[in-house]
Design a protein around this ligand. Sequence first.
Ligand SMILES: [Zn+2]
Length: 81
Amino acid sequence: MPTYDYKCENCDHTFETLQTMSAEHLKTCPECKKESLKRLIGAGAGLLFKGSGFYQTDYRSKSYNSDKKKDKKPSENKKQS
Ligand SMILES: [Zn+2]
């Protein structure tokens, strides 16, 4: 069962909870009882990704880094010449 991090936008209360993939997202903050919860994906990262966008971003960053290495050599050549 995956764990999900929630953060309350009203009182900044953050907590982790175990939920099934199909479970409804929590809305009500256990601290201030307001419906201000936002689900965080990525424990402790403080980053907000939505659904498949997380995986797309992860894939893109890997290919971006490898492209960066390839780009490094030509740019060094430019400086030398
Ligand atoms: Zn709250």
